[in-house]
Ligand binder design. Structure first.
Ligand SMILES: [Zn+2]
Length: 144
């Protein structure tokens, strides 16, 4: 662990971290991740890009949301750095970030492939995927 908390390599978590628990309406998202696709929903009525997986458009209330594939490119909106893991299986430091995807939605995922000192609002990032247990795959973002 860094003594200063201002630097440290950001790497994917080990595959031993707890897996996600998909619901019926998030299952297509997790299936996409297994195939290396970042998926989100778009409202067929108003066109709103919707994430996280939902059964109703948060903008207009319409109930028909269609799955689309994101290009996986975005910009860091905000982030934090975790130095005390939630569970022993998590490796620190890690940096959960809110990313503005180019399709117009936000999601939370860890940034990897850089140092803590490189994190910045507005950093351009692109998605990549890494496995966890039970056959699941998690999206991460690295500097583009
Ligand atoms: Zn809508």
């Amino acid at each position: 662990m860094s003594e200063s908390f201002t630097s440290g390599a950001l790497v994917p978590q080990p595959a031993t971290i707890p897996p996600p628990y998909p619901s019926a309406h998030s299952a297509p998202y997790w299936e996409g991740a297994k195939q290396g696709e970042l998926r989100f929903q778009r409202c067929s009525a108003c066109g709103h890009a919707e994430f996280d997986p939902s059964i109703i458009c948060r903008r207009c209330g319409h109930r028909e949301l269609v799955w689309e594939r994101s290009a996986g490119n975005g910009t860091v909106y905000s982030w934090t750095v975790v130095w005390r893991p939630q569970q022993p299986s998590f490796v620190v430091p890690y940096a959960p970030a809110i990313v503005d995807l180019d399709e117009g939605y936000q999601m939370l995922a860890n940034v990897v492939g850089c140092d803590v000192a490189d994190l910045a609002v507005g950093l351009r990032v692109t998605v990549e995927f890494h496995p966890v247990s039970d056959g699941f795959v998690l999206p991460y973002f690295r500097p583009a």
